[in-house]
Design a protein. Structure first.
Lengths: 121, 121
DNA sequence: GCCTTACATAGATAAGTTTCGATATATGCC
DNA sequence: GGCATATATCGAAACTTATCTATGTAAGGC
């Protein structure tokens, strides 16, 4: 890439270094990605997701609380953020609620990272 | 998984549904992941990353600003968040600053997603 | 040296996040 | 029905984030 202006025809309007860029992700799409990544934007939630992924697909809240120095409402909040971000699903099972990884969402996020990592040089 | 208590020896101390879970990610490690995901936790930044990935590895700020209805300082702030999260690098080139994807970080994030997506059923 | 352009920084404000203690809900056991 | 346990919700405090306007900095062209 050169940093010289490439679309000389349009010089009076605005400088453009690289006029070929297009937004490939729409507003709604990028908002959904952002919501999912927001769920992963906290170290506790990253660790919670790691625990859930080890639980044979399912673990209950008390299994999570043991590992952190946080109160039960705080863990409950983090689980809700993960749920709202689409990263896990939760299902009542009597007194407990079991949580499992939403593999489809994880695969979707991997797809986005691969898209932006596919840098042409 | 059964929700019946599995470590009956330890019943008086605390209920444990799934006693085999271990935190595989340390505090420092999960904080670094969280910082990188935080950089992706905003729809504008997801779109900026998409643009940068199309720029042949390098584009300048003016190429980004054109696509959004935001002021220059706001775009500058978002680029800094992406830089601090390790997702892009930025290099002065005369009057411009070029930005490029940090492929190593993207690969690392893909690795974490694969780890937690590798759910045993 | 001076002007223009690209980018960064500072300071303000409005909105969102994290965490807590207190309380509500709902399930299962006696 | 009454109690214990697991989880959710509420409301508040402290902190962080997104955005703006105004201003600073630094490079290149004349």
């Amino acid at each position: 890439m050169s940093l010289v202006m490439t679309n000389t025809q349009d010089q009076s309007e605005s400088y453009v270094c690289n006029p070929n860029l297009q937004l490939r992700l729409g507003t709604v799409e990028s908002e959904q990605f952002a919501l999912a990544f927001k769920a992963l934007s906290n170290p506790i939630r990253v660790q919670i997701l790691d625990l859930i992924s080890q639980g044979g697909g399912q673990i209950c809240g008390c299994d999570i609380e043991r590992h952190f120095d946080l109160t039960q409402p705080t863990i409950s909040h983090h689980l809700k953020v993960l749920r709202d971000g689409g990263l896990i699903t939760s299902e009542p099972r009597g007194v407990w609620v079991t949580h499992r990884i939403n593999m489809g969402m994880l695969t979707t996020l991997q797809g986005l990272l691969m898209l932006v990592n596919n840098t042409k040089s």
